[in-house]
Design a protein around this ligand. Sequence first.
Ligand code: AMP
Length: 373
Amino acid sequence: MILPGKTIGVLGGGQLGRMLAQAATQLGYRVQVYEPQAHSPAGAVAHREINAAYEDLAALTAFARECDVVTYEFENVPAAPLQAIEALTQLYPHWRVLETAQNRSREKRWLRDNGFPHAKFSEVAAGGDLGAAIRQVGVPCVVKTADFGYDGKGQLKVMAEADVAAAVGKFHGQPVVIEQFIDFACEVSAVVARSSGGEVRVFPISENIHTNHILDFAIVPARVPARVLAQAETLARRIAEKIDLTGVMGVEFFVTKSGDVLVNELAPRTHNSGHYTMDACVTSQFEQQVRAICGLPLGDPALLSPVVMVNILGEAWAKGEPKWEVLLAEPAVRLHLYGKSEPRPGRKMGHFTVRAADVEAALAKARALKAQL
Ligand code: AMP
């Protein structure tokens, strides 16, 4: 067990690292953040921020030697330097988990090889015949770059034969995955935690509404049949076990119109759709991450109240500073801002949660408050 007072290292200085650092310091840990850009959201609340490139092996090694355990808060850390860290200190989740999840080809293959339900797909290597592969999966489909894709970045829907040429032009020379287009009823996600001792806990399933491929609303409890909730929870638990997770993982699902649950994506870290846990669960996903990587008993993920989480993106600054007083005047609303100075469109600047007696009331209030910002 890595007890309070020890040092947790976090690779990546974004908002997920910030909220992890806040949870860790609350439990009495020291936190060091490793992040290429100075003055990061996580660095601002950590004991120390180290600014160096992820490829800088000397800086990474020095960082790892000062930490009792290291984790990461986003997926685009190159997997190779993580191996070097794993040789020096404890690294969770293991680098192999990241290596699988950060590349769509490997992730899809892993799901297929381990028997988890997923959208039919095919892979095209760099320079391969994209047109032929699209015809193999069939139209409509979604073409996604194998590397560095999230929030809809690096993907294109091919809804008709006429779109194939555009896809071939856009992705020419890049390795891609082609997925069957799923005309889903809704999207849901689970945040699952597993400790080194094998204890597993799954947070309540969230129903996710995306706008322009970015999470807009997370609704809990999800408005899906109990059978779907149970299926998503079981899949998240089995994935955590099969991939040998130590830490926290977000699992995104499509729920089809016939009620089937398909795994869309794995993220071996806390997840945007799990931010509601900070205000509406006994334990937050960030505290759970600390507990899991430090080998502490896992916390109770039970939901205390129906809740809706709303992301606050850079667009909210279109007419100047958002009207925070609108949110702050509401007793059942909590505001979280990430301390980012530049509100660019699509950039996640903060979020708020709305609790209410039922989820429909929370959603109506959340929509109304978002419109007033
Ligand atoms: P991803 O980055 O793969 O999570 O995709 C971002 C969003 O694009 C998802 O949350 C879906 O809303 C949509 N999307 C991705 N893949 C598919 C698919 N195969 N069929 C339908 N919609 C998809």
